[in-house]
Ligand binder design. Structure first.
Ligand code: AMP
Ligand code: GLY
Length: 426
């Protein structure tokens, strides 16, 4: 079977890498792909904000399965458009993707279905913000309602700061995008964050290995939020008892609620959780694989990914059991200095071959491109250096050894990925 993967990030590189290993897959095509994916796939041009270009490519290629990586084409309805043309596609419809596309939709859904989440208010103007802030204690969290690549969330220590953040979102100044019509104000939660991803077929949620992301740019979890600077996966992040709890109290009620409301959810339900002293609370839903969670999760997968995604498309996930390598995996992002603010691109990347010679290491490309045969930086997040091993300490040692062999002008990476787990289990 030929598989077509839409996207151009590290997540899609990892998906293409895992799909290429499947006995069922004869060819992987990535569109548009990036500088590194050509190692595992044929690349075809496509514009991820143009559903027609994606549908046309799928009709030309006639793949046995399409996998959609990023949120933007899901929000634009690419799954609906492909299904209408009879293409077998893994991912949620536009209506189901609302769980990610609109934070106000997701919060109201969570409340409607009594799924644990922080108290919140949806506001459409400064007056409503003022009103809502009266009901929250500092710190409070101000969120853009729409998609913002992980950068639309501001944690505010004072009411004044929260008002300013909301104003910045309404005016569009804060994100450099069109102004938001709505913002969500939320109570601040503290605890460990967990990314709990499930493959879904509308009825059954099949959990993937859980992971912990590090969203802040700075070591010690300081500075602005990013799309994710590094992640690790072990079985300890969510033990068997917690997995059952999360399925029963979060994943299954979500699938039942979406089905009952006429928008059954198929694809990856990414449940972002805060493990608070009063129990797990949903921070957010994403309607797709995480980046960089996917790089670390697939490094541990010991089952056939294509088979599992096909079962999700066919509504047979209740028959699938996934096997995971014991131990741990980690993925650390090398980014361009300046990210998540402005940064330069086009910097030559050196040392990848040497990095990949470290035992158990795979380097997934995020923002890279080939220019005149040379590999150069082409984004804020550039590479995801990934390794699996018997223990987290060993996985991280491999990642950082490989990272020390890579160089480009302005390279930045966090040296403390997994720090909480290592502190708890030295
Ligand atoms: P979201 O896009 O809603 O997941 O928010 C991005 C990140 O902001 C999360 O991964 C958390 O690190 C942080 N965050 C979001 N909501 C809250 C909250 N209510 N309390 C504390 N941190 C939050
Ligand atoms: N790593 C966070 C995300 O994919 O949204």
């Amino acid at each position: 079977m030929k598989v077509l993967v839409f996207g151009s990030g590290g997540r899609e590189h990892a998906l293409a890498w895992a799909l290429a290993k499947s006995a069922r897959v004869t060819e992987v095509v990535c569109a548009p792909g990036n500088g590194g994916m050509a190692q595992v796939a044929r690349l075809e041009p496509v514009v991820l904000s143009d559903v027609d270009s994606m549908v046309n490519l799928a009709l030309r290629e006639q793949p046995g399965m399409v996998v959609v990586g990023p949120e933007l084409p899901l929000a634009l309805g690419v799954v609906d458009a492909l299904r209408e043309r009879g293409v077998r596609v893994f991912g949620p419809t536009q209506a189901a993707a609302m769980l990610e596309t609109s934070k106000s939709f997701a919060k109201r859904f969570l409340q409607r279905h009594q799924i644990p989440t922080a108290n919140y208010a949806v506001c459409t103007n400064a007056h409503e913000v003022e009103d809502a802030l009266g009901r929250f204690h500092a710190p409070m969290v101000v969120k853009a309602d729409g998609l913002a690549a992980g950068k639309g969330v501001v944690i505010c220590q004072t009411r004044r700061a929260a008002q300013e953040a909301a104003q910045g979102l309404f005016s569009g100044e804060l994100l450099g995008l069109d102004g938001e019509r709505q913002v969500v104000i939320e109570e601040f939660l503290s605890g460990d964050e967990v990314s709990f991803l499930c493959l879904c077929d509308g009825k059954t949620a099949l959990p993937l290995a859980a992971a912990q992301d590090h969203k802040r740019i700075g070591e010690g979890d300081v500075g602005p939020n990013t799309g994710g600077m590094g992640v690790y996966s072990t079985d300890e992040i969510v033990d068997a008892e917690m997995r059952e709890w999360l399925l029963r109290h979060v994943a299954q009620p979500t699938l039942r609620g979406m089905a009952a409301e006429g928008t059954p959810f198929t694809g990856v339900l990414y449940i972002g959780l805060m493990m608070t002293p009063r129990g797990p609370q949903v921070l957010e839903f994403n309607a797709r694989f995480g980046d960089p969670e996917t790089q670390a999760i697939l490094a541990r997968l010991d089952s056939d990914l294509a088979e599992a995604l096909e079962a999700a498309i066919d509504g047979r996930l209740d028959e699938v059991e996934l096997r995971w390598k014991p131990g741990a995996s980690a993925c650390v992002i090398a980014s361009s200095s300046g990210y998540p603010g402005s940064y330069q691109t086009g910097k030559p990347i050196r040392g990848l071959d040497a990095a990949e010679r470290v035992d158990g290491v795979a380097v997934f490309h995020s923002g890279t491109a080939r220019r005149a045969g040379a590999l150069v930086t082409f984004g804020g997040r550039v590479l995801g250096v990934t390794a699996a091993a018997d223990s987290l300490r060993e996985a991280l040692a491999r990642v950082y050894e490989a990272m020390s062999r890579i160089d480009f002008e302005g390279i930045y990476f966090r040296r403390d990925i997994g720090h909480r787990a290592l502190r708890e289990r030295p």
